[in-house]
Design a protein around this ligand. Sequence first.
Ligand code: BG6
Ligand code: MG
Length: 211
Amino acid sequence: MKFNGIIFDLDGVICSTDEYHYLAWKALAEELGIRDFNREDNMKQRGVSRMESLKVVLAKSDRVYTPEQKLELAERKNGMYKKMLNNMSPKDLDDDVLSTLTSLRKMGLKLAIGSSSKNTPAILKQIGLGDFFDAVADGNCITKSKPDPEVFLKAAQMIGLPPQDCLVVEDAYSGIDAGKSGGFTTAGIGTARDYEHTDIRLDKFSDLLKI
Ligand code: BG6
Ligand code: MG
């Protein structure tokens, strides 16, 4: 491994909360009478902030919403999403992810989270990783979400390493773009595996041990 640190995206990389995001946005869309919100729309929501994600839903509506109404809608979706998160437990942490994280830690690497989600601390706690990472940069401490590199630069700063010394692991196009523009090498898993800007393609999480 030629890196001294790894910065992981959370939703869709460490755990499958990306699916819950989709289900909660889909439920909100249905409430608003938007019937054709689909997985392709959801792809555009990956990695971007809650309010940016709402824009993707409302792009399919003819109605015009005030800023206050938009806040209420985002809050409503988050309420449904948080109910789904409440059912999560350490059992929702994949064995392949847990054993790989443990091995990487034993190899002496600094491990951090770089996520746009404001629910990051709650999710990490639910899956039993509340105290695992050396640093957590998330939606609560940034002003610009991916594809801006802010969250990854913050994570790198928190673990005391320059971007060239860190690998960013992402499932979203916006996350790969954020990593690249911050000067990081990127590894893509899931949706981002075959993205043209991805540097290293992962079939599964434990492929990180082969780098
Ligand atoms: C990212 C997800 O991790 O977090 C996005 O990929 C989501 O889809 C964003 O919009 C913000 O999440 P939250 O939990 O703050 O609403
Ligand atoms: Mg993600």
